[in-house]
Design a protein around this ligand. Structure first.
Ligand SMILES: Nc1ncnc2c1ncn2[C@@H]1O[C@H](COP(=O)(O)OP(=O)(O)OP(=O)(O)O)[C@@H](O)[C@H]1O
Length: 287
């Protein structure tokens, strides 16, 4: 197994918030969505990975390396989109900023940068300080992509971005993932992004990893099932998350097993509806 991100016992404390301890491993060739309510710790985790913040405890290895020991080698391989990364360079124009950033990376691809600048309709002569919030996000995205990273750490990459550019970003990220040596860890609140791009979901709640699961597999398992009547044994079954009367229906996270058992008992299933991701998350977060 080729693990690109390995997190062990990672911990960060603020006055009113504690992230961790977290353990997490991400394999090359996968897209992991970091989901969770506002303030659950997603940005903090991404910032710890790229060393914008220092952890209080724990270890992070990226590409098998410790960022404190091999910072240049690790950062060469990472593209980061996150809040405020370039605020210190507000006075630069977009092109000026790209010149600066281009010097940081041996893999900088000027032709690709120019293609992306046109694709996202960015005025390269504009001062970064004068760019709108959405344009700043697009610039961060272009700068992150233009040095051909192996790992993208994306903090709400399409927040404030216009719909056409959002769709283009999703296309570019899909293309980025065509090579199975690439990996994305992405904090997002956009269901469309999760649906189109992500293989795994890592669910954060109050600074802890509540669950990590394969998106498609979980969506196959969770469903609302309408029944002719409710057998007694389902009332205390841990696979049944909710029961409603008239009409009789249950919510389960083990659809196939439950369906099989109901058939054996000759209980009629009148309708089955798979749950949306946000509904599944709500059940998991309430548990
Ligand atoms: N520099 C800081 N000092 C003190 N507390 C902080 C600091 N940065 C973040 N926090 C707190 O840490 C918690 C997690 O914040 P974080 O930005 O990581 O959440 P998030 O999951 O990314 O939220 P959102 O979805 O709203 O972007 C919040 O309660 C926040 O107030």
């Amino acid at each position: 197994m080729n693990q690109v991100v390995e997190i062990q016992s990672l911990e960060k404390r603020y006055k009113n918030f504690k992230l961790g301890q977290l353990d997490l491993a991400i394999e090359a060739g996968t897209v992991v969505a970091l989901l969770g309510s506002n303030g659950s710790g997603k940005s903090t985790l991404l910032q710890l990975l790229i060393k914008l913040r220092q952890p209080d405890n724990g270890n992070v290895k990226l590409f098998g390396m410790n960022i404190n020991e091999q910072e240049v080698q690790v950062k060469e391989r990472i593209g980061y989109v996150g809040s405020g990364l370039y605020e210190a360079f507000n006075k630069f124009t977009v092109d000026g900023l790209s010149e600066l950033v281009g010097h940081w990376y041996t893999n900088w691809d000027q032709a690709y940068y120019e293609m992306l600048i046109n694709r996202y309709d960015i005025n390269r002569k504009e001062k970064f300080a004068h760019c709108s919030m959405g344009t700043k996000k697009k610039i961060e995205f272009v700068l992150a992509m233009a040095h051909h990273p192996k790992l993208l750490l994306l903090d709400e990459p399409t927040a404030n971005v216009d719909l056409i550019s959002q769709q283009r970003m999703r296309e570019d990220l899909s293309q980025f993932m065509e090579d199975d040596q690439h990996t994305i860890l992405m904090a997002t609140h956009q269901q469309e992004e999760v649906k189109q791009l992500c293989d795994y979901i890592c669910l954060l709640a109050d600074g802890q990893i509540k669950d990590m699961f394969e998106k498609d597999e979980v969506q196959q398992r969770w469903a609302r099932v309408w029944l002719s009547h409710l057998p007694n044994q389902l009332k205390d079954d841990v696979r049944v998350w909710q029961i409603e009367e008239s009409p009789t229906q249950i919510v389960t996270n083990q659809l196939l097993d439950i369906e099989k058992e109901l058939k054996q008992q000759h209980i009629e299933i009148t309708h089955v509806k798979r749950l949306e991701l946000h509904e599944i998350m709500e059940y998991i977060l309430q548990s």
